[in-house]
Design a protein around this ligand. Structure first.
Ligand code: SF4
Length: 659
């Protein structure tokens, strides 16, 4: 059955509380990224959020809420999405919301849909008092983001029908830094679930609070969507392409995030930690200077036998799996008590800061979450600071950090002497003291400006202090600590880094080819982001989302071309902000990635060429490598979407193989 495409946007001027609802008549807007980019180009001060066209369906993973706007952390346009939140947002009865202006006092924004009417209101809130402490229903003390979220739930939940409320809010990092995130817990049986989903990269929480003076958005409602109710219709698409119904297909194609029987683990933490092997990055990336054998030993002794073993025992064996707030059989949220174990935060605020024990990792990750920080960015920054202190390059007291010997943290240890439990805990405690100082101690104010700005300033005072800071610079002041994969793709000049708009498989590609592949990946990742689909479902989403949307809404359009054109527009608008200025350790990360392939015996003339270039002068070679990746990106965007191969379903791929 086809259904007319009707989309509505809600624009709210938070400076005066005026709002209006309009139908979207721009036919090129088919999703929240289209909408956010369009608003950003028209009104650069806009902050938007919205759902994908399938949010009213029963398709698992189709209800992410996508935030976008100018990011203070990246100094450019950014997209950050939150799992499951559109499941509740859908009840408001609008597709997209755009905020403009700045409230006169710190406020919360309430959106509701009751008795056929949309309600919008702003209310002032004293966030500092709530961040300082609030108790949960059992009387346990909460801090920062968690405290504010609970207080708002207690205050406003009764305005919403049970289960039809979600609170997106921020922590102190949003006030004091550019790295504040937006978090939200789903509703569960009358209270807030222990799972928290984050729009975790890009500093969108800082953006919301500092530019709009909005500390929380509470939404929900009772809008009844008549569309996409027919699960038979959805099943038919899956049957045609995968030979199985929706849920069966989804279960088969999301194994990594659910449970992998042959690995006896699951989720991003379980699978990535298991698979890391000699690509282990630890102690602020200094492990890249060790031999493969040393890294393998560290992986076995520290990760497989302890960090991962604990996780498997506590989380996998007990099947403590939850979902993000929308019914999803993948249940990728791997829990231990109140702690959610995802690979990237538990790596950046794990091995990178010398933490290899779950108790220590839970402690530091929970604190950073409570402060509402981007955990990957914070992990990279704190690892660099601990490296600086332990190498004696800075005196911690000068910057408000505790004296190193007072807490006795171990950052450049003889690994045979590293006590996995006690030293991990000491390192986590020191990391927490550093984060606390960054937020609240005036002596640490330069570090509050982020790893790039601070390392550049520090370098003027202390030669070589910036060498170990690993980040991707962007624009005049922005930067991103790269995602925690030791691959060349994660250092690419794509318009949004810190996401997965890159080729990041652990394989060597010549830089020009890598650039082209990045464009392909960005195009397909937009099948997910621009459709509000969770990328953990990408194995089917990138194959049939186009067909479902085009057929159901009777739209005649090449969806791949549409996402390609959007990616190209974003690239054209933003590419002048990409910078090649890598620090020495970032260059070494790239160089050692290439050297590994040489050691693995890859015979490739292009690899040989680049290794020679790096041997001559690694700084010049890194700049040239970066330019070559960029040339590949430029050429791919300047050619046609037709050159991007179609995603094939298993049946189609088999047919092709046998033809
Ligand atoms: S895979 Fe995880 S984040 Fe994605 S929809 Fe399912 S539960 Fe939510």
């Amino acid at each position: 059955m086809t259904y007319p495409l009707i989309q509505r946007e809600l624009t709210i001027h938070v400076n005066n509380g005026n709002w209006y609802l309009r139908p979207i008549d721009n036919t090129s807007i088919l999703g929240p990224v289209d909408y956010g980019w369009h608003r950003y180009r028209t009104y650069p001060d806009s902050f938007t959020f919205g759902e994908g066209l399938l949010a009213g369906s029963s398709i698992p993973g189709s209800r992410r809420l996508v935030f976008s706007g100018w990011s203070p952390q990246w100094d450019g346009f950014y997209i950050s999405s939150m799992g499951g939140a559109a499941y509740t947002f859908h009840g408001v009865g609008v597709n997209y919301v755009a905020l403009r202006g700045k409230a006169h006092e710190t406020s919360i924004l309430l959106l509701n849909h009751k008795q056929g009417e949309i309600q919008v209101r702003l209310e002032p809130v004293n966030i500092e008092a709530l961040w300082n402490g609030y108790a949960d229903p059992q009387g346990r003390p909460l801090l920062g983001f968690f405290a504010l979220q609970q207080a708002l739930f207690d205050r406003y939940a009764s305005e919403y029908a049970p289960g039809k409320i979600r609170i997106c809010t921020v922590g102190p990092a949003a006030r004091h830094t550019n790295e504040g995130i937006i978090g939200s817990s789903p509703y569960h049986k009358g209270s807030l679930s222990g799972v928290v989903d984050w729009a975790g990269r890009g500093g969108m929480g800082s953006r919301l609070l500092q530019n709009h003076e909005i500390a929380a958005i509470i939404f929900g409602g009772e809008w009844d969507d008549p569309d996409l109710r027919d699960s038979k219709e959805i099943d038919a698409y899956f049957m045609e392409h995968f030979g199985q119904k929706t849920i069966q297909t989804d279960m088969a194609l999301t194994e990594k995030y659910r449970y992998v029987p042959q690995f006896e683990t699951g989720g991003t933490f379980g699978v990535n930690m298991r698979e890391m092997n000699e690509r282990m990055m630890s102690f602020n990336y200094t492990s890249i200077y060790h031999s493969d054998e040393e890294r393998l030993k560290q992986h076995k002794d520290f990760i497989l036998d302890h960090y991962l073993a604990q996780f498997n025992e506590e989380t996998i064996k007990t099947r403590n799996f939850q979902h993000c707030g929308e019914p999803c059989p993948v249940a990728c949220k791997k829990m231990n008590e109140i702690y959610k174990k995802d690979y990237e935060p538990y790596h950046a605020l794990g091995p990178q800061i010398g933490v290899f024990d779950q108790r220590a990792a839970e402690k530091i990750n929970d604190y950073v979450d409570a402060m509402g920080f981007d955990a990957i960015q914070t992990g990279g920054t704190v690892a660099w600071i601990m490296d600086l202190i332990s190498s004696g390059i800075i005196q911690p007291e000068e910057f408000g950090f505790p004296p190193a010997d007072q807490m006795n943290f171990k950052f450049t240890p003889e690994l045979s002497e590293f006590d996995l439990i006690n030293d991990s805990l000491r390192n986590a405690d020191y990391a927490q003291a550093v984060v606390e100082a960054i937020l609240f101690d005036p002596k640490a104010r330069n570090f509050r400006e982020g790893i790039r700005n601070c390392s550049e300033k520090l370098e003027m005072k202390l030669k070589n202090s910036s060498a170990g800071a690993v980040y991707l610079p962007h624009g005049e002041e922005g930067c991103m600590v790269p995602n925690q994969y030791w691959v060349a793709g994660m250092l690419s000049p794509m318009p949004m880094m810190g996401k997965y708009y890159v080729y990041y498989e652990g394989k060597f590609l010549p830089p020009y080819e890598l650039g082209k592949k990045n464009v392909e990946r960005m195009t397909y990742e937009l099948f997910n982001d621009n459709s509000g689909i969770c990328r953990f479902h990408r194995k089917w989403a990138e194959t049939i989302t186009d067909e479902i949307i085009m057929a159901h809404f009777n739209i005649d359009l090449n969806y791949k071309k549409h996402q390609f054109e959007l990616a190209k527009e974003i690239y054209d608008g933003e590419c002048s902000k990409s910078l090649a200025g890598f620090t020495e350790r970032t260059i070494d990360l790239l160089l050692t990635f290439l050297q590994q392939w040489d050691r693995f015996g890859l015979k490739d003339e292009v690899l040989k060429y680049w290794l020679n270039r790096f041997e001559e002068d690694k700084y010049i070679a890194a700049g040239d490598w970066w330019a070559e990746v960029k040339r590949g990106i430029d050429d791919a965007f300047n050619s046609s979407a037709d050159l991007i191969p179609d995603m094939l379903t298993p049946g189609q791929a088999d047919k092709l193989k046998n033809s």
